[in-house]
Design a protein around this ligand. Sequence first.
Ligand SMILES: Nc1ncnc2c1ncn2[C@@H]1O[C@H](COP(=O)(O)OP(=O)(O)O)[C@@H](O)[C@H]1O
Ligand SMILES: [Mg+2]
Length: 377
Amino acid sequence: MITVHVLAQPVVMGVVSSILGSHPDAVVGTRTNNAREAISLHYTAEDLLIIDDDVLLDVPGLVASLAELGCRKVLVGAVNNAEAARRALLMQATHMIDREHLSEELAEIIRGLNPAPISTKPWLAAIYSAKGGVGKSTIALNLAWALALQSEQKVALLDIDPLGDIGAMIQENPGATIIDLVEELSSGLAEDKALLSLYQVKGLGLTVVPAGGFARLDQDVHPDDLEKVLAVLKGSHDYLVLDLASGLTDLNLAALDAVEKIFVVASPERVALMTVRRSLDIFRRLYPAKLELILNRADSDTGIEEQEVEEALGIPIHYRFPSGGSAPARAANRGKPLILADSRNSLSRALVEVAQKIVGAREGVHRRPRHWFGRGG
Ligand SMILES: Nc1ncnc2c1ncn2[C@@H]1O[C@H](COP(=O)(O)OP(=O)(O)O)[C@@H](O)[C@H]1O
Ligand SMILES: [Mg+2]
């Protein structure tokens, strides 16, 4: 669906309105014959602004300002008039339409601009660090939760750290662990039944699969078991976030193979950087296109600047998460994700912003944040 705004004199306005009134893929946004007003409004990149050349004749000085509007522009005028064509260029119009053919050409343009259907392939990301205690689980839990809030699609959070603590961080009866799920699937339980045994956050479209079994995870969950679990979760979820253990176990490598993004978490501390660097030397060869560096506690005064982090790791910082002070630990102690327990905390805001970006990139104009009335405060 495209929102079409119109800056036009009554004749063109009338034609455009009647076309849009019956168009299944377009809605009318703002309508005005005042160029100054049109320039002062806010548009999104997907919006279309129809501009009647007649409106511009009295205000030639404003034509260049139209170029700065964030939307797509179509100029309606006389196509064989050199002055009109110059105005179209100056405002960076994507199309110019002749008045004579307004109806047909506008319908054609809207058809062409209509966004592609939403991706049906699930988005998978792993949160990894060779160093323990850098904030992997905090980021995984809150990012998954924020994704579930930003999208009406379904999100799964899968903990595959043998010492994983995702379940404890939300203090809920966590339902089946990944080990239970593997057992259920290998004993022939139907996928939909197995899915029912998992913990779901009510109304949020978020499924949480804790690791649970401590040291047993390494023995009981093999790489091909993980593949089966991922296949089941991918069949019923649109976003999957995996919280990984430190270290390059077979299970981790299977997870890293399966995802499209690997968020490598580091903090501005010499020991963390040395440890993370060693893993990146391997990852750069295995997964060059998947790596994105998260600098956690990026604003901590550790004496190490961002540039030094990038030089030490040989990869640019993709996301910066600030220190949340004691709030993340307090939230975990209360069994709540930070973004719920303290939504104004700077780390919460940064996490939500990243989730917005991820959902925006995947769902684009289809994006609908969820109305969720879950536990706040
Ligand atoms: N940006 C941050 N600001 C403040 N505390 C943080 C931040 N990130 C993580 N923490 C805290 O650091 C500790 C370790 O984080 P955790 O997510 O468990 O790390 P990991 O999973 O990498 O071992 C926890 O107490 C957590 O609350
Ligand atoms: Mg952890």
